[in-house]
Design a protein around this ligand. Structure first.
Ligand code: GDP
Ligand code: IMO
Ligand code: MG
Length: 427
């Protein structure tokens, strides 16, 4: 048995979907534990691209049980669209189970996300506008009782919940945003049209998971977003509203930390970020433009160009500690193929001190000067390499240096979007 958590070490889009799909080959269960359709996880199989937002990236393996656990937040329209889209492409989805306790992203959550972003003006977070902040806000507020997946199984219960929610939401819409009220029947009808698609998947995923643990199954927990988008430990307030960090896998599924055997942090060979917020190694210049073009760095969910920069070794080392990492998956190494020299940030210099871990006082990350180590580039195409020894010596040296800075052993290197473009270090 093994329980492995896959976590983004940066600000999301590190290639978690690809890595999850590959590890799912040897897994019995893949579990999404937090977040919702703000995620966009890409899996490429034999040149065919699958973009998953809600459904776990293990879904392409028919024998793997795929769970959307209690900590996720689910948009019925998005879920039905994704489910139907996969079925049209020959993926049965018969292995999908969804927690009845997961909170539902309702049309008013998406509306509020957009209105809140507009109201923030220049200070906007740059959210995905998928209703993530508003739905988690309601979950924490508790009253009136928000809609959970169980409630979609009974239209009368749903109607009652929506009526109570809209009593408050409509006051808010009018008072803060001068927005017309939403109608209970319209909201209920809109949501209910999607329910037949996934109705039979709604169940008690927690007990299912306990049964699988008892059977000594191999379980992969698929994080969404990334360490520095964590509500508590990210670059607050420019974060998401859930807990992507490895600890979130316990909270989001209902298992204790002693069940977790391994934590694989996934990091690009450089750094990207979508949306606003601090980004010390950002290269808003031709270097960043080149990374964006070579890495096709445009958002899977929103299509926005991603901000690009050098690898932030300070953030990576911090992510390793925060997640209790046991292995490092270094992805998109091929994007750096053409660079003559490559920089890694090894310290934040602030007030006469060099910080090699991100300090809790966020002023340092905002104000620090970045201290770079320059490494020579390998300047050749590495996509056909299939073992670590196949890589040019300078590419090997880069990977080793990154692992050394992270203080985590290198577990795999990824050289392209396809399954085969992956080198495992222990094989
Ligand atoms: P996720 O959100 O962490 O799953 O990552 P995304 O899917 O949003 O973004 C990663 C992008 O990089 C996707 O388009 C992947 O197909 C692609 N990708 C993953 N690994 C590699 C790699 O090693 N090299 C290249 N060139 N692309 C990769
Ligand atoms: P995956 O799983 C990259 C970012 C948004 C915004 C902030 C808050 O594909 O790595 P939210 O809609 O969650 O309230 O937005 O978080 N963000 C992501 N950035 N990858 C993601 O997911 C993200 N999910 C949210 O751009 O800055
Ligand atoms: Mg993504």
């Amino acid at each position: 048995m093994s329980c492995k958590v896959i976590v983004g070490a940066q600000w999301g889009d590190e290639g978690k979907g690809k890595i999850t799909d590959i590890l799912a080959e040897r897994a019995d269960v893949v579990v999404r534990y937090q977040g919702g359709s703000n995620a966009g996880h890409t899996v490429v199989v034999k040149g065919e691209t699958f973009k998953l937002h809600l459904i776990p990236s293990g879904i392409l393996h028919e024998n793997v049980l795929c769970l959307m656990a209690d900590g996720t937040v689910i948009d019925p329209e998005c879920l039905a669209g994704e489910y139907n889209g996969l079925r049209e492409r020959g993926i049965s989805c018969s292995n999908l189970r969804i927690s009845g306790n997961a909170h539902v992203i309702m049309p008013y959550h998406r509306l509020l996300d957009g209105l809140q972003e507009e109201a923030r003006g220049a200070g906007s977070i740059g959210t995905t506008r998928r209703g993530i902040g508003p739905v988690y806000t309601d979950k924490v507020a508790r009253m009136p009782e928000p809609v959970r997946m169980w409630d979609l199984l009974d239209a009368d219960v749903l109607r009652q919940r929506v009526a109570l929610q809209l009593e408050q939401k409509n006051l808010l819409l009018a008072a803060l945003y001068n927005h017309p009220p939403m109608d209970v029947k319209e909201v209920v009808d809109e949501v209910m049209q999607y329910v037949p698609v996934f109705h039979d998947c709604i169940t008690d995923t927690r007990t299912l998971l306990y049964d699988k643990l008892a059977e000594e199954a191999n379980i992969v927990f698929e994080g969404a977003q990334g360490t520095f988008l964590d509500l508590d430990y990210g670059t607050y307030p420019f974060v998401t509203s859930s807990h992507p960090v490895a600890g979130g896998a316990c909270l989001g599924t209902g298992i204790g930390p002693t069940f977790i055997d391994d934590v694989l942090i996934v990091s690009k060979a450089y750094t990207t970020r979508v949306g606003a917020g601090v980004f010390p190694t950002e290269q808003d210049n031709p270097i960043g433009d080149l990374i964006r073009e070579r890495g096709k760095e445009y958002g899977t969910t929103t299509g926005r160009p991603r901000r690009c920069g050098w690898l932030d070794g300070v953030a990576l080392r911090t992510a390793a500690r925060m997640n209790g990492a046991t292995g490092l998956a270094l992805t998109l190494l091929d994007v750096l193929n053409t660079f003559e020299t490559i920089n890694i940030c090894v310290a934040y210099r602030h007030g006469g001190t060099d910080y090699t871990l991100v300090p809790a006082n966020d002023a340092v990350m905002h104000e620090a000067e970045t201290v770079y180590e320059e490494l020579p580039g390998w300047q050749e195409d590495i996509c056909a390499c299939r073992t670590f020894a196949d890589l040019p010596p300078l590419a090997q040296a880069y990977c080793r240096r990154v692992a050394e800075i992270a203080e985590v052993p290198l577990y795999l290197v990824s050289l392209g979007p396809g399954r085969e473009e992956t080198i495992f270090l222990n094989e």
